[in-house]
Design a protein. Structure first.
Length: 352
């Protein structure tokens, strides 16, 4: 098939890891007879430096015209001036909003070979396989905000439709997995959480009566992720809670450097990125783990192009090089490690 990817390197380790993801996609195209083209665009700090805007209109237009958008990472200390109103993160948030990708899907799967790399005991993390659905285009991230002489505020607001569409997506996923859906909120304190609880509860009772559905308060969830993570299947939650809980959950797998994410809407291109950030401390040194970006590319094959077989071949290649003992520094424990490019090339060579 023919497919057009837009590649947005962004900042820090972004360019290094997306380069490997593109190399893997090109190899997949070659092996399976597809015609993939790649167009590069600016976002984040790199876009601020080049054109003074973290989300240039050309990037938005290219994104809309693409089949899938691959993103590296945005942000870094260079653009951290608290008095500046232009920040790299605005590029990413704006792009999510522009593309209407309201569901951020973050799989947290513990590769058996890496269980020892987790700061938690292997018997706690082993068997963990959680699929997070984080609401991505609403809530406090996009609420009215302001500052005055002695304070600042930001509004958390959700509509019924915003809750329904992501809960439905998460419920659909739970039906194809172990049949359990957990909704995380703070309904003992926050009004928008009480809306989530009502709307999600009604929808599940009506449309998904066979799911094992439960609700957990976010503070308790932070604890349960460390005490019994393997019991969860699909977890759905709002934007801010999902941001925090998925970083926490990433540690179950040993490294944030392993985790991909897919952001999808009801139609149009998806946005695929590693969960990790721009890691400015290791940028440009060949130390970054490209596996999250490569696994994000696999999610693009699956979710945006419908190429399930190809997605599985990439995931299998990643599993096989891990089994063979290849490690970047973040997952090396105390053993030897390889560079970003060696790791990416190994995945290419392991493709069947
Ligand atoms: C993420 C990141 C972003 C977020 C930042 C970079 C704006 O932390 O994708 O989780 O908060 O959504
Ligand atoms: Mn985050």
């Amino acid at each position: 098939m023919k497919a057009q990817f837009v590649v947005l390197d962004g900042d820090g380790i972004g360019p290094e890891v997306t380069e490997q993801a593109v190399a893997v996609l090109m190899a997949v195209a070659g092996k399976h007879g597809h015609d993939f083209t790649f167009e590069h665009g600016l976002i984040g700090g790199a876009a601020i430096d080049a054109v003074g805007d973290p989300l240039p209109s050309e990037t938005i237009a290219a994104g809309h015209a693409a089949d899938a958008v691959l993103l590296g990472a945005v942000g870094g200390p260079r653009w951290d001036d608290p008095t500046s109103h232009i920040r790299p993160e605005q590029g990413l948030l704006g792009l999510r909003r522009e593309l209407g990708v309201f569901a951020n899907v973050r799989p947290i799967r513990v590769f058996p070979e890496l269980a020892a790399a987790s700061p938690l005991r292997p018997e706690i993390v082993s068997g963990t396989d959680i699929l997070f659905y984080r609401e991505l285009t609403g809530g406090i991230y996009f609420g009215d905000s302001g500052t005055d002489d002695d304070g600042a505020f930001q509004v958390m607001r959700y509509s019924k439709v915003e809750v329904e569409r992501i809960v439905r997506m998460a419920a659909d996923a739970a039906q194809t997995r172990r049949g359990r859906l957990t909704m995380v909120d703070k309904a003992n304190v926050l009004e928008p959480s009480r809306l989530w609880r009502r709307v999600a509860g009604d929808l599940i009772a009506e449309e998904y009566p066979n799911l094992a559905y439960d609700v957990v308060l976010v503070d308790a969830m932070a604890m349960y992720l460390l005490s019994h993570p393997a019991e969860f299947d699909v977890v759905v939650t709002s934007n801010l809670f999902g941001d925090i809980l998925t970083d926490e959950a990433s540690m179950l797998t040993g490294s944030l450097g392993m985790l991909p994410s897919a952001s999808i809407g009801s139609s149009g291109p998806g946005l695929y990125e590693p969960v990790h950030g721009s890691a400015p401390d290791i940028a440009g040194r060949g130390l970054a783990n490209p596996l999250a970006a490569i696994l994000a590319a696999a999610m693009a094959l699956r979710h945006s192009l419908g190429l399930e077989k190809e997605a599985i071949s990439v995931e299998a290649a990643v599993a096989s090089i891990l089994a063979a003992g290849l490690r970047t520094a973040d997952i090396a424990a105390d053993g030897a490690s390889v560079s970003t490019t060696v790791m990416g090339q190994a995945v290419v060579e392991a493709l069947d």
